[in-house]
Structures are given as C-alpha cells and as structure tokens.
Design a protein around this ligand. Structure first.
Ligand code: PLP
Length: 387
C-alpha cells in the first residue's frame, strides 16, 4: 500500500466531521450559549459572545471548509445574509456586473444597493461570453454569477468569465452563487471564482427546517472584510441551526445522488411526452456540453412548459406528491409556478423582456420513489388535458 495519505471522496468527507469535545461525544454538541466566560482577565479564551463566534458555528464552518477545500468559510443566518455580507464590501460608485437571470431575491438586494448606496449595478446576459468580455472591464469591481439559473436553467462559462475578469482587473472579485449545484456537483473556487456562496437552506441542509448561508473564499483580505461585517451585523448562523446544518450535511452526497438520478428519469419522461423541458442533463439542453465540462452532474431541478398558464396551474394543483412551495433542495419533491411564486418580485415587464415563460412549471425532485413521482405527474398532466 502507498505511504501517501489518501484524499477521501466527497461522499466520505461529508459524513466524517472532526471536532474536539471534552467528553469525546461522537456528535458535537450544540453550544446554546450567547456568552462564554474568559479563562482569566488576561486570557479571554476562544469565544466570548456568540455574535462573534460560537463552537457550533466553528464546527460546521470547519466541516464545510474541508468539503469545499478552501481556507475560509463563514456560516450565516440565510443565503440572502451571505450575499448581504458580500455586497457590503463594495463602495458607492463601484462598477458591478450581475446576471440578468439571477434568483429574484438577489436581484432585489442588488437593486437596493444600486438605489440606496449608489453602486453602479448593470445586469447582462452572462451566458453570452462575448457580452461578458465586452462589459467586464478594468473598472469592474465585482461580478455576480449563478449557474444553472433557475427556473430558466441557463448555464454560464464560469472559468472563461473568471479568466477574463482577472486578466482585465486582477482585483475584480467574482462572486458565484452555487446553491443549485452545491459543493457536491460544482467547485466554483477551483474554476476561478473569488467567493462562493450558497443558500444552505437548500441542498446543504436538505430538510427545509432551517435558513442558512455559506460564504467561502481563499482570499484572506476578503475573508477579513466578510468576518468584520458578520460580526458587526450579527449575521452569523445561530448555534442550534449550525448543529442542524451539520446533521443535514452528512447526507448531502447521498441525497443529491438520488435526487439527480430521479430528475434525469423525470426529465426524460416529460420530454418523451413532447413537452419542452429545461434540464442540463438532457442532450437537448443548448449548453449540455458546457454544463458537463464544469459540473459533476445535472442536479435535481428542472422546468417545463405547457403552453398555457391555466393548464400549468391545473397541473400544479392536481399533483399530490409534489408540494406547492418555493425553494428547492429538500428531501421531498416540490412544484411551483415561478412567475407567481419565487419570481413574483421581478416585474412582469422585466420577465417579458427576459423571455420568462409565464406557464413555466418548476420541479425540484426529492428522494421519493421515482415511479411514484412519474405516476403523480402523469395523472396531473392527464387531468389537465396535456396527455
Ligand atoms: N440563491 C438562490 C439560487 C436561491 O434560490 C435562494 C433562495 O431561494 C437564495 C440564494 C437565497 O437564500 P435564502 O432563502 O436562504 O436566503
């Protein structure tokens, strides 16, 4: 056997957390304490106040750092607060480029930044590399990207955008929202992003019982700024939520494996019925090859069109196994009409400009039996007259 220490797979890493506990508990305890006593007045110890740090938060941050293989990880109290602490590092007048198909809440926060703080935020089609190369210049301070977007499932060429941004401005900070793929399927920092963030409310926790966010970077200067804001604003993840996130993470790889296997079967089935399906695992997806080149799998979210909003509404209401909720990445399957739910905060006119089909149905596949999920969709499609 080789002497070299084996690099364990992600499937192994997510299960094996390491922590120091005085009683050698196999599961790290939740430190439900807002304050910590100093060892003495000349030795304050590692923790004093949970807003600044808590052992349960440190535990999950260290675990995620091992999974992502990066130097600095911060756990925040939602995906949006993860984004908020990142955007607070830009200044009024700074030029910022963002995708035109980002998550609705991201769009809302960037609009706030533009209107209230005078940050020059411009939205562009980030799937078009030519446009990106034109728009990202030496003056661009930050770029916000997401791939695949949801529910339009548009894919961007992350490495090429990062290479270009850093060649025109080595200090340009490329920020990537990795919520859709999770650290199991995509490694944005390895592709050149400076900051990766996740809504850990989704796949990383996986059970829709907490809100959480993750910010990861290898850049110490950025890490220091981000920690400063987290401490200043109190955006850090609470101890019990840190503990729950740690528990959820242990099944992350297993859940994703099952979710994407089922998503692939469902996408193929829907396409075989003649419906227009958006899923990066289908060869019909225009960026199938690009997605495959930068991710380890297509994930568990897909969308399809029915041709009529009323028909879409009927299908959604007729499904029994898919719960009608926003969000994704949960163990149970979800169905939604994005134009009336997750993307309702985007103006109808803007949705039109961005070719956002109002009849688009989004499916987020869970870990149920896939034949049951197909059966449920089939009865709903038949009821709505689509089949
Ligand atoms: N990023 C994406 C892609 C999302 O879908 C969401 C929420 O739906 C967020 C960020 C925001 O995360 P949170 O809801 O945890 O604040």
């Amino acid at each position: 056997m080789s002497e070299e220490k084996r690099e364990y797979s992600l499937e192994t890493k997510v299960v094996n957390g390491s922590h120091k506990d005085q009683f050698r508990a196999s599961v790290a305890p939740a430190y439900l304490s807002a304050t910590f006593k100093p060892n003495s007045l000349s030795d304050m110890g590692d923790y004093d106040y949970t807003r600044s740090g808590n052992p349960s938060r440190t535990n999950v941050q260290d675990h995620v750092a091992k999974i992502i293989k990066c130097d600095y990880v911060f756990a925040t109290n939602s995906g949006m607060s993860a984004l908020d602490v990142i955007v607070r590092t830009v200044k009024p007048g700074d030029a910022v480029i963002a995708g035109d198909d980002l998550y609705g809440g991201t769009h809302r926060l960037l609009t706030y930044l533009k209107e209230k703080d005078g940050v020059d935020v411009q939205h562009h089609d980030t799937t078009d590399l030519k446009i990106m190369k034109e728009k990202i210049t030496k003056d661009t301070k930050m770029v916000f990207l997401e791939s695949p977007t949801n529910p339009l499932i548009k894919v961007i060429d992350l490495k090429s955008i990062c290479d270009h941004a850093h060649s025109v401005n080595p200090d340009c900070v490329v920020v990537f929202d990795n919520t859709m793929m999770s650290p199991i399927l995509m490694s944005p920092l390895e592709l050149g992003a400076d900051i990766q963030y996740e809504s850990a409310t989704k796949y990383m926790n996986g059970h829709h019982d907490i809100m959480a966010g993750i910010v990861a970077t290898n850049n110490k200067v950025l890490a220091d700024k981000i920690f400063y804001v987290i401490n200043a604003t109190g955006a850090g993840l609470a101890p019990f939520d840190s503990w729950l996130l740690m528990r959820g993470l242990k099944t992350l790889a297993l859940r994703i494996e099952r979710q994407q296997e089922s998503a692939m079967k469902i996408a193929t089935w829907l396409e075989s019925k003649g419906l227009k399906v958006r899923y990066p695992g289908l060869k019909s997806h225009p960026q199938y090859e690009l997605h495959k080149s930068q991710c380890k799998g297509p994930g568990g979210v897909l969308s399809f069109e029915t041709g009529d909003v009323k028909i879409s509404e009927t299908i959604i209401e007729k499904c029994e196994l898919y719960s009608i909720t926003v969000s994704f990445g949960c163990v149970n399957s979800l169905i939604s009409l994005p134009c009336k739910m997750s993307h309702a905060s985007i103006d109808e006119e803007v949705r039109k400009e961005r070719d956002f089909p109002e009849d688009l149905i989004r499916l987020c596949i869970g870990i149920e039996g896939v034949d049951d999920l197909i059966y449920d969709l089939e009865q709903a499609l038949k009821f709505a007259g689509v089949l």
